[in-house]
Every structure is written in C-alpha cells, then in structure tokens.
Design a protein. Structure first.
Length: 271
C-alpha cells in the first residue's frame, strides 16, 4: 500500500493528536521530541517498511528501533494508527496498569522491536539485528531513530564504527536533528555538529533532508536502499514540538504536559 503526500500529512496530524492525547492524559511525558520525529515515523510505518500489524513478530519484517525512547508517544501513536492496537489505548499512557509505559517495552507493546530508554544504545542493537539478518540471508532492513542530543553518547560512535566495518548496508538510521535537548540548545550543551561529515568520516553513506518533507524522506530511504556496502545515516532537520504553535522550538516542552487551556489550543493547531 502506498500513500500520497496529502494522505501522509493527514495521518501525521492524527499521529500528533495521539501524542497530545497521551501526554495530556498522563500529565507527563515528552511531547517536543515526539512531535519532531512524527513525520519520519509516519512515512516509515505507512509507506516504507515491510510489516504486518496482524503479525507483529513476522520473521522477515523490517525492524525499527526508537533509540530516543523517551519519544515513546510518537511510536505508540504511529503503531495505534497503523492498526497494532486501539487508538483509544493512548489515553492510558503512563497509567499504572497500562502496557504503554513511559519508554517502549518490546515484551508488552505489539510492534515495538526493541525496549529503549537508556540513551545511546539503539544503534548497537540495530547492528546486531542487521548482522544476524545477513548471516541468516534475510532481506529485512533495520531502521533507527536517534536524537541529536543522544548522539553525544560515546556508544553511538562505537556502533557507527562497527556498522561501517561490517558493511551493514541494511542499517538505515535517522538523526532527529531538532537542535534542542532537555537543558537547551544541543550546540551549547555538547556540540555534535557537523553530524553528516562525522558519519561520513566513520565510513557511512550520508544524506541530509528536511525531516518534515515526505518526498525528501521517501527519496532518502530509496537512496539508502541503493547503498551496497555502507550503512546509511539520514540527518533530518526537524522542529521540536512541530505542529503545535506554542511548543515549536521551545526546549521547555522537551518533557512537560499541557494544562487544560494549552491542550485546547494544541487541538486547534491540529485541526
């Protein structure tokens, strides 16, 4: 099934509503970084990945690791809208008896391929999955979504070196480059730029896109799949809090829930 850009834009709005609903209902969570990676996840789950919501553990499925696990409302909302579980369940986010806990759990949530939350580990896991796929002659891809603040972690760069060494061209990673982390601008906390050039120096196929442009996202994935002997990193320029006016480009919305009035305003933004 292939969706048009306008259809994907509508789906992404529904996903953002789900993110908002989850965080508002819980009165906790991380909306800013969830909203910034929404369009990437929407394109991957609705247009790119070989998956089956009725068979979440399908052996030959493509995998996705949300390495920035605190953005769990984004993957929960995408999975719900894709049919893995009821959209209504998003309202139970972070509730004591809910399977939708603060960080994704592969043992509890249908469609979650890896438990994440401790930052910096997702790319290492992706390497293991990708290497296993090659050894077993499987044709699946392993997608990873990294945060720009997250790549301050040294383990990311060890994993980057390993992926290139083993020629893991079945790894396709995105950096959600929104420029902000919990303590402020990434460049002020621990500057990670230039990102593209660093990965290139580590031996990766490198691409740079607008992370809210569905055509650019799809084209980047297509080019990534054409790489024969290198993993691919897609540096996606995004906006923290994308789609909700008062949250956009505000580090304060990294980990804060809207109150009643803010919730109403946010819903208006997503009409």
């Amino acid at each position: 099934m292939s969706y048009s850009v306008s259809e994907l834009e509508n789906i992404a709005k529904n996903v953002r509503r789900g993110i908002l609903e989850a965080v508002y209902s819980a009165q906790s969570g991380h909306p800013g970084g969830a909203l910034s990676c929404t369009d990437i996840l929407t394109d991957l789950y609705f247009n790119e990945m070989n998956i089956d919501p009725k068979n979440p553990k399908m052996e030959n499925r493509d995998r996705l690791i949300l390495s920035k696990g605190h953005a769990s409302p984004a993957i929960y909302s995408v999975l719900a809208n894709r049919g893995y579980f009821p959209v209504e369940d998003l309202k139970t986010f972070r509730k004591i008896d809910s399977y939708l806990q603060g960080h994704p759990d592969m043992k509890k949530v249908p469609g979650v391929d890896m438990t994440t939350g401790s930052l910096g580990q997702g790319l290492s896991v992706a390497n293991g999955m990708a290497l296993a796929g090659k050894l077993d002659n499987k044709k699946y891809y392993v997608y990873v979504v990294l945060g720009d603040g997250e790549i301050e972690e040294g383990q990311v760069w060890e994993a980057a070196m390993s992926a290139a060494h083993y020629k893991l061209n079945n790894v396709i990673a995105f950096v959600d480059f929104n420029g902000l982390q919990i303590d402020g601008a990434v460049k002020d906390v621990m500057n990670v730029t230039p990102i593209k050039e660093k990965f290139e120096a580590f031996g990766w196929n490198t691409l740079e896109i607008d992370g809210h442009n569905f055509e650019e996202i799809a084209d980047a994935v297509k080019k990534a799949k054409e790489s024969l002997d290198k993993p691919t990193i897609i540096v996606a320029h995004t906006t923290k809090g994308k789609g909700i006016s008062f949250m956009e480009n505000q580090a304060g919305w990294h980990g804060k829930a809207p109150n009643d009035d803010e919730y109403k305003i946010a819903l208006e933004c997503l009409k």
